[in-house]
Design a protein around this ligand. Structure first.
Ligand code: GLU
Length: 415
């Protein structure tokens, strides 16, 4: 049987990373089974804010590498059909009018149960379910009605959604039964918490896809990381390319307990992905990111710096501070050892060729002659040239900066 799932974001502001993780599960599941993955926007109005959020949602998903089948649909567009079905339910005695609204009549006896693909068997006693409003008195159908109706009409086979919806499911099942619809499989996937065990929110750090994009994570790394929030392939494998995730994903291995969003693990993972890129790919992604951030450093120079930074940073957001000295003048502190800097300048003036190995050799000789440990002697030189104690490799940096700039920075300290 071919599967069909839907990603159903509510268009309220930016896309929360928790929703995105749930969409990743939907998408992996559909792609693995060569099924369909719909994008349904659960809007309740058509304001400009909603339109902007919808653009943003699509942009975020595309960036992450998640696509969908067919046109984007809108919950509001199916409101008329939902009203008609509500009237049918009234005619059949499954719903009734109540002060202008329409209420669904829950079965009064027995239980409503389903075998959740993640949480196992779940049941609710019908007598505890209140008759719920399905169409408000102003004619607007409610979420708990339109959502299962859309699932029915779209022939959704698997409803994969956050477990905050578990309590909606018994009513949605009763509604689908009253409509004579086949039930989809439900899979309620765990929530995502911060390290403190509380629901992931801005307090913890970045939470929207846009935040992560701006911090310079690679989409493939973020997708890999998100896939592991509540799912695992085995107990060992962490790094998995998109096609491996598609191959390996299964709802059976999604756990019901909340997942913890570990920012350090994401940074580590992103570093692995970054180091794994070919240098020209790396430079390409870096240039794109810089452009998105409105930083217009010359591309050629950015390309040249790539091999010097690739091993050292875990996300592109670290690049501007780390590599700024290649593009902008530095402002080293006043208390640098001017003597060493001048001696280094004198020495470097005659180095041939101007290349990292020759530069290294001459600076090591200098340290020797001064009776200093290299690390001690190089520290002020590094700060004079890069403006910082932490930098890419000193000799490679000097080579790339060029003799003229390097000497100028060293003598500026001595002046
Ligand atoms: N719009 C709901 C949400 O964002 C999803 C509802 C569903 O998947 O049924 O949580």
């Amino acid at each position: 049987m071919s599967v069909k799932v839907r990603m159903a974001p509510s268009p309220t502001g930016f896309l929360h990373i928790g929703s995105v993780r749930t969409f990743v599960f939907n998408w992996l599941f559909a792609r693995q089974r060569a099924g369909e993955c719909l994008l349904r926007i659960e809007n309740t109005d058509t304001s400009r804010e909603v339109a902007e959020a919808v653009d943003q949602i699509q942009e975020s998903l595309r960036w992450l590498g998640i696509d969908w089948d067919g046109p984007v649909t809108f919950q509001l567009d199916t409101a008329e059909r939902a009203r008609e079905l509500a009237r049918e339910l009234v005619e059949k005695g499954h719903a009734y009018e109540d002060e202008g609204a329409i209420r669904f009549r829950q079965p009064k006896e027995g239980v409503v149960a389903w075998d959740d693909a993640v949480r196992g068997h779940i049941e609710f006693r019908n007598e505890l379910l209140p008759d719920l409003v399905i169409v408000r008195s102003d004619g607007r159908p409610t979420y708990n009605f339109v959502s299962p109706v859309d699932d029915m009409v779209d022939r959704i086979t698997h409803v994969i959604r956050g477990d905050d919806h578990v309590s909606n499911t018994p009513s949605q099942i009763n509604i689908l039964r009253a409509l004579g619809a086949e039930l989809p499989v439900y899979a309620h996937v765990p929530m995502i918490n911060g390290a403190d065990g509380r629901k992931l929110s801005k307090r913890h750090g970045a939470i929207s896809v846009e935040n992560f994009r701006a911090d310079g994570y690679l989409p493939a790394a973020l997708m890999n990381f998100l896939a592991l929030l509540g799912w695992s392939f085995d107990d060992r494998t962490t790094i998995m390319a998109k096609h491996e995730l598609v191959e390996r994903f299964s709802l059976e291995r999604v756990v019901p307990s909340p997942a913890t969003f570990d920012y350090q693990k994401l940074d580590w993972m992103n570093g692995v992905y970054l180091r794994d890129l070919q240098p020209d790919e790396y430079a390409h992604f870096l240039c794109k990111w810089l452009e998105e951030q409105g930083i217009d450093w010359p591309q050629e120079m950015v390309h040249a710096t790539a091999p010097l930074v690739q091993e050292k940073i875990e996300k592109f957001a670290q690049y501007p501070d780390f590599a700024r000295f290649f593009f902008e003048p530095v402002d080293p502190p006043e208390d640098l050892d001017a003597g060493i800097c001048q001696a280094a300048a004198d020495r470097l003036a005659g180095v041939e060729p101007w290349a990292a190995t020759a530069i290294e050799e001459s600076l090591r000789d200098l340290a020797d002659e001064l009776g200093q440990k290299p690390r001690q002697a190089f520290a002020p030189i590094r700060v004079a040239v890069t403006g910082s104690k932490v930098s890419p490799g000193l000799f490679e940096s000097l080579e790339l900066l060029g003799r003229e700039t390097s000497l100028a920075r060293l003598t500026a300290v001595a002046a």
